[in-house]
Design a protein around this ligand. Sequence first.
Ligand SMILES: Nc1ncnc2c1ncn2[C@@H]1O[C@H](COP(=O)(O)OP(=O)(O)O)[C@@H](O)[C@H]1O
Ligand SMILES: [Mg+2]
Length: 224
Amino acid sequence: MPEKTILEARHLDKYFYDPVKFHVLKDINLRVEEGEFVSIVGSSGSGKSTLLYTLSSLDTDYEGEVIIDQTALRSLSNDDLARLRNRSIGFIFQSHYLLADFTAIENILLPGLKLGKRSKPDLLRAALEKMDLLGIRDQADKAVNTLSGGQQQRVAIARALINDPKIIFCDEPTGNLDSGNARIVFDLLKDLAHNYKQTILMVTHDESYQTDRQIRLHDGRVVD
Ligand SMILES: Nc1ncnc2c1ncn2[C@@H]1O[C@H](COP(=O)(O)OP(=O)(O)O)[C@@H](O)[C@H]1O
Ligand SMILES: [Mg+2]
């Protein structure tokens, strides 16, 4: 199958201005193909999170171009950007940001209900399917705050998947987990990329994880 570029950055530069002007991302050029599992690595402070937020449309203050699925983000109105985010992008963070008092399945359904493209029964079916895939179906009706850290992170992955996003952005998704749970979550992400053609871009400082490709940042620049 021919490769299809799903994400591209062209001459991406970014500055922070507070407390002083600081050039945080320096002429970043990269491409990610559909179905690739790519990690962004580099030492603390090298700009990994900033790059992820910029590529994922959460941070819109940059120079250069970010292109997702043939669309230059800069060309979109705020409404269209929000729509692209809901429809095409999944997010997984180190802290899962689940609603603690809601059940696992309620959390997973939320982005689907927000997008409003599918009926509730369809969404329920999809949510259960994702939970099956992630091995947490039996946790569906439990309040999130009664689940283990590893289970919570899998709920967050299912939530990121509910709208069948083209690309999932993860910032240290295993950072808060013990090594056993971290391995489970990493293996699930890898399975999503390799067996379900899901594109994944993951920031990690743990270089023992084997992804298809590493993008290394040093001092705001892509190296090697
Ligand atoms: N909102 C901000 N304002 C000013 N400086 C920031 C801000 N966020 C991050 N930085 C700085 O930018 C650099 C890169 O940060 P970050 O992208 O979080 O690095 P990493 O994720 O690789 O640890 C660091 O020097 C950090 O202190
Ligand atoms: Mg970071």
